[in-house]
Design a protein around this ligand. Sequence first.
Ligand code: UN1
Length: 511
Amino acid sequence: MQTPTKPCGIATNAADILGKLNVESELFERGSLHSRSPITGEVIASVKTSDNVALDRAIAAADAAFRRWRMVPPPRRGELVRLLGEELRAAKSELAQLVTIEAGKIASEAQGEVQEMIDICDYAVGLSRQLYGLTIATERPGHRMMETWHPLGVVGIVTSFNFPVAVWAWNAAIALVCGDALVWKPSEKTPLTALATQALFERAAKRFGDEAPKGLCSLAIGGRELGEALVDDKRVPLVSATGSTAMGRAVGPRLAQRFARSILELGGNNAAIVCPSASLDLAVRAIAFSAMGTAGQRCTSLRRLIAHDSVYDQLLPRLHSAYRTVAVGDPREGKHLVGPLIDEDSYRRMRDALAEARDLGARVTGGERILSDRWPNAFYARPALVELREQAAVARRETFAPILYAMRYRDLAEAVAMQNDVSHGLASSIFTSDLREAERFLSPEGSDCGIANVNIGPSGAEIGGAFGGEKETGGGREAGSDAWKAYMRRATNTINYSSALPLAQGVQFDL
Ligand code: UN1
């Protein structure tokens, strides 16, 4: 294993940023988890991991913190999140640089990720005054019935490398105003951004004062076993986990076994349908961003293009030209729109999928590895466009890389059936100027995904809506709308203000 001997430019930069954010250097200099930058493939830090004893302590502290935090009035809890938002605004540029260094995102997307954290904090501050329940009509005279939402407990948050900090924020900002405490296990591939985010939270908590109990939010850095210990801990009533479907398949039943709740945000195999009336100028731009952006490493990335027979031959040449010319390279350089894949495994999976498509006789362009002479341990690939005659197994599987499978359709029902004929159900889109087609796509017989868009691509959702998907995407919802309800428990209260005791359903029980 390569260890950081002499600091190179990028390592120094990561260390500088962590230093500025007051992360103690011993946390990232002498540990056993080697964080690599996908930009160069080199080790940039050696992070201290938590063992099960440390995790146990963190959960116990969070549980104790929860017992105090749940009694702090929600708008006061919102104030802590408002301060977190301020810290994030002040450190936006540094945290975004760290996202670039550790996850390989281009600067604009890394800043967008931090902006998403700020947005959810703002949203959660407003939400802290809107955690309402209903007042419900009762059949009994002199009675009132209502529901109350109470804090739930310690929430375990498991995040993935591709949105190393925003996904934490979607969960943390909402859970905190809901009165919960948190223990966060970030991806092993992105511990530095997690350390930085934790430091920003601690700054906010310090400014907030003693009302924020110690241990309210903590970080557990480690691998799969640590994640399993978090998932199995009875003191954790909810785990929100983002990652692969395989991970969700392991985590879901373990949580169900102990009747804990889960919010699962797993993979996606997202499609775009391009109809005869679509604006192709708009479609080309939207497809390029959602299929090539973030090097195809969003769970919402566009992976399948289903274009009408009458537009396919106009659309494909324009996409080929975009794929040929898109600038791939060091994400720190502003001219590049596509950065590296996260690691070698990811590149191998991309290469294998393309080989499988070639074996089927598909026309494959792109997909070559580049810049390996400059950075032998980094994995940059040209985005690949694959023209398929039919929706083969390779296209029905999620490969977390910039591969777009293009296929033709003749009528909309066929296109919608193709779009839905995959195991995932996260995001989808249709490009059309025909109102009937758009509405059919959004109707109950249309897209079966949690996100269905018209004239925009499937990726790049705002935080105001509930985010998540159906089928093997896991069914969880995070961020806006009423996703907050998953972080609280509901009590139905019936209050008798009369002096009689009428029983519901007309039951008589006279002593
Ligand atoms: C993810 O890839 O895990 O909708 C989240 C989007 C982003 C979030 C993606 N706002 O593309």
